[in-house]
Ligand binder design. Structure first.
Ligand code: PPS
Length: 318
C-alpha cells in the first residue's frame, strides 16, 4: 500500500485531503460497495450520488463534451483535445492531471474534489467528460447543442479492459473471475450498464446533434487522420508540425510514462496499478489473450442479437 503523503491527486488549486480522514474514508472503499441502480442503470455508488449535484450543471456555449462508454479511449481523446486547445504546448498540458484539465462530470469519491467541484475551477473553453448513457445525461447538455465527441471501442477489448480496471479501481464491486465478469458485461450489469445500448444510442444522436463519432480502432490505425478530424470539428485547424507533435505526445508509450495522464497520482487505495496499470496495453485485439474459444462463440451469438438492425460496425482486430 503506497503512502498517501507521497502522492497527490490534486493540482495546485485544490487543497490536499487530510491524510488521516482520507485513509478512513478509503478503507470504506475496500468494501467495494455494490452498484446502485438509477433509472435501471447500474452505477458506482458515489457516482450515483453525484447525479443530484449535476442537476445544477451550467452549460456554456463553447463547452465540448467527451462522451464514451468506459474503457473506450476517454483519456486518450481527452489528452488529444487538451493538446489541440493548447497548440501542443507541453508545459500547459503538464500542469495538472487529465481529470483536472477535463472534469469528469459524475466523478465523486470521498474526500476528493468531485467532477462538479473541478468544473467550477475550470476556465472556458471547457472540455467535459462523461460516461453516462443518454437516460442519465443532464438535459442541459443536449438543450444547449454543444459539440460532442463520442469515442467507441469494440466490445471485446472493452470487456477485457473493464475487467482489469474493476480489479485495480476499488470503487467497483469485486469482478469475480473473468468468466463471471464476462457474464456481468453481457447481461449489462456492469457499471454504466449496457455497452450495446450506449454505442447505439449515441450513434443515433449524431443525426440530430453536432456530434463527431470516433472509433478507438481508427485512432490506432491512423491517429493523424483522426486528430485532424477533431481539429476540424472543434474549429481549431493546426499546422502540420503541431499536428505531428500531438500524434507523438499522445502515443500510448508517452501517455503511459506521463504522470499527468497515467493516473499514477491517484492513491493506491483507490487505484492499485500493481494489480493492473491504468495504461495497460493500449492495443486492439488483446481480447484474444483472454477470451476462450467457447466464450468467443457465445459472445458473438449474443452480440448479433443485441446489435441486430444497427448499421454500426466495429473492427476487433487491425
Ligand atoms: S476510463 O477509465 O473509462 O476513462 O478509461 P479510458 O481512458 O476510456 O480507457 C482506457 C483504455 O484506453 C487505453 N489508452 C490508450 N490506448 C492507445 N493509445 C493511447 N494513447 C491510450 N491511452 C489510453 C488504456 O490503455 C486502456 O485500454 P487497455 O486495453 O486496458 O490497455
Amino acid at each position: 500500500m503506497g503512502s498517501l503523503h507521497s502522492k497527490t491527486l490534486i493540482s495546485h488549486q485544490y487543497k490536499s485531503p487530510d491524510p488521516g480522514k482520507l485513509r478512513m474514508e478509503l478503507i470504506q472503499d475496500h468494501s467495494r460497495p455494490p452498484l446502485v441502480y438509477v433509472k435501471g442503470i447500474p452505477l458506482i455508488k458515489y457516482f450515483a450520488e453525484a447525479l443530484e449535484e449535476m442537476k445544477d450543471l451550467q452549460v456554456w456555449p463553447d463547452d465540448v463534451l467527451i462522451s464514451t462508454y468506459p474503457k473506450s479511449g476517454t483519456t486518450w481523446v481527452s489528452e488529444i483535445l487538451d493538446r489541440i486547445y493548447h497548440w501542443g504546448d507541453q508545459e500547459k498540458c503538464q500542469q495538472a492531471p487529465i481529470f483536472h484539465r477535463v472534469p469528469f462530470l459524475e466523478f465523486k469519491v470521498p474526500e476528493f474534489p468531485s467532477g462538479m467541484e473541478v468544473l467550477k475551477e475550470t476556465p472556458a473553453p471547457r472540455l467535459l467528460k462523461t460516461h453516462l448513457p443518454l437516460s442519465l445525461l443532464p438535459q442541459a447538455l443536449l438543450d444547449r447543442k454543444i459539440k460532442i465527441i463520442y469515442m467507441a471501442r469494440n466490445a471485446k477489448d472493452v470487456a477485457v479492459s473493464y475487467f482489469n480496471f474493476y480489479k485495480m479501481a476499488k470503487v467497483h464491486p469485486d469482478p469475480g473471475t473473468w468468466e463471471d465478469f464476462l457474464e456481468t458485461f453481457m447481461t449489462e450489469k456492469v457499471s454504466y450498464g449496457s455497452w450495446y445500448q450506449h454505442v447505439k444510442e449515441w450513434w443515433e444522436l449524431r443525426k440530430q446533434y453536432p456530434l463527431l463519432y470516433l472509433f478507438y480502432e481508427d485512432m490506432k490505425k491512423d491517429p493523424k487522420r483522426e486528430i485532424q478530424k477533431i481539429t476540424e470539428f472543434v474549429g481549431q485547424p493546426l499546422p502540420e508540425d503541431i499536428l505531428d507533435q500531438i500524434v507523438q505526445q499522445t502515443s500510448f508509450k508517452k501517455m503511459k510514462e506521463n504522470p499527468m495522464t497515467n493516473y499514477s497520482t491517484i492513491p493506491d487505495e483507490i487505484m492499485d496499478h500493481t494489480i493492473s496499470p491504468f495504461m495497460r496495453k493500449g492495443t486492439t485485439g488483446d481480447w484474444k489473450n483472454t477470451f476462450t474459444v467457447a466464450q468467443n462463440e457465445r459472445f458473438d451469438a449474443d452480440y448479433e442479437k443485441k446489435m441486430a438492425g444497427s448499421d454500426l460496425h466495429f473492427y476487433t482486430e487491425l
